[in-house]
Structures are given as C-alpha cells and as structure tokens.
Design a protein around this ligand. Structure first.
Ligand SMILES: [Zn+2]
Length: 219
C-alpha cells in the first residue's frame, strides 16, 4: 500500500492511532500501511513534543490522563517541569522551576495566583504539525471523498519537513455551525466518549479547515 503522506510503497509494521493513545484513544486507528513506518516515526517525534512541551501537557496533567504506558504525565514547558499526580487525582499538578516573579495577580479571597507560561516557542510548531496530521488522517479514514477531492500536497510537504514554512493553527471560529463531523456513527460516539470531536469545513472549495475540540479523557 502507498503511504498517504509520502507516497512510498510500504508494509508498515506499526499501527497509527489517529487520536493519540495518550488522549485515551484505543479505537480510532489508521489502516495498517496507510502511514509508512518512516512517516510514523517522524510524526511520533513532533507528536510527543506537542503532547509534552505545550499546553497539552498541562491539560493532560490537570485531567490526570495516563500516558500510553499508564504512567502520570511528565512534561516541560519553557523552564517549568509539569507533572501529573501519581495517584491520578484530577486538578493536581506539580510545577517545578517556579520563581516568585512567575506568580502574578494574587487573589487573596481564593488564595490563587496566575502563572505565566512562555508561549510561541518552537513547541507550537510541533503542535501545529500534530493537529494537521490529525486532520489529514481523520479525513482520509472517515471522509475519503474529501481526501480525494483536495490536493493536500502542501500539507504533506509540511508534515514531511520538505517545507520549513511555519503554519498557523489557531483561528477564531467564524462559523462554528458550518463545521461538520469527520467521523460518523459508532466512531462519533466513541470519540465523544473520550471527549474528542473532529470536524471539517469545506465551504470555500479551495481549502479545507479542520476543527478539533477537546481531545482527552476526563471521565
Ligand atoms: Zn510515509
């Protein structure tokens, strides 16, 4: 079978999870060989960066989502080390590397501070690649007619590092109602059970946008 990203003929050994296992997904998978082992290992590099060195690390720790190996989340964002609770209690995050000057706006009535995380470092590039990968894989798997309709070569070049241009990945929602579910039926129900919705919008004919809403297990 041909890899959907790099077009190489392959007999991949590994199975690609469209939504990462670290978000609780065990069922929404790529067909074996749809993604070659080369692409898969390239993806896993930016995926683990996106999951451990971006805001996803904080959210996974906050919601006590276990890692693929069943351990508590560990991540690093800027100078902070983020760690989820070992007993998987929600809302328990350990932050190491905090200094007095990182604490802002003390609220005496609740005893709370705000902490400022560094942002827009290179982990955001990993996050952008990760979200776009999720988009193209879910479109290929669940909406193949859409995958056939568009030319995804620019996106594929971006995902295979052929192009070094950074892509933006967050936008305000202009028309939330125009987004349609990528998945259908059983898979829709399953993804909703792990708090994940994958949507697409193809109203503009020349490009397609993806929307990913909360993708982790917080039962
Ligand atoms: Zn490939």
């Amino acid at each position: 079978m041909k890899c959907i990203i790099c077009d190489s003929e392959n007999t991949a050994k590994s199975i690609e999870h469209i939504v990462p296992e670290s978000f609780g997904n065990k069922k929404y998978l790529m067909e074996r060989s749809a993604i070659c082992d080369n692409c898969n290992s390239r993806f896993s590099k930016f995926e683990s960066k996106a999951l451990s060195n971006s805001i996803f690390a904080v959210e996974r720790a906050r919601l006590a989502v276990p890692t693929k190996k069943g351990k508590n989340v560990k991540g690093k964002i800027g100078k902070f080390n983020v760690e989820g609770d070992k007993e998987f209690r929600k809302q328990h995050i350990t932050l190491k590397g905090l200094e007095q000057k990182d604490l802002k706006n003390y609220g005496p009535e609740r005893g709370t501070h705000q902490i400022r995380f560094e942002s827009f470092d290179k982990s955001e590039v990993a996050t952008s690649r990760f979200l776009l990968m999720l988009g193209i894989e879910s479109i290929y798997t669940s909406k193949n007619e859409i995958y056939e309709k568009y030319d995804f070569s620019e996106l594929k070049d971006y995902l295979t590092n052929k192009s070094n241009k950074d892509w933006g990945f967050i936008t305000n929602q202009k028309n939330p109602l125009l987004f349609k579910n990528v998945t259908q039926g059983k898979m829709n129900k399953y993804l909703r059970s792990i708090n994940c919705e994958l949507k697409y919008n193809d109203e503009y004919e020349t490009f397609i946008s993806f929307q990913i809403r909360r993708c982790w297990n917080d039962n």
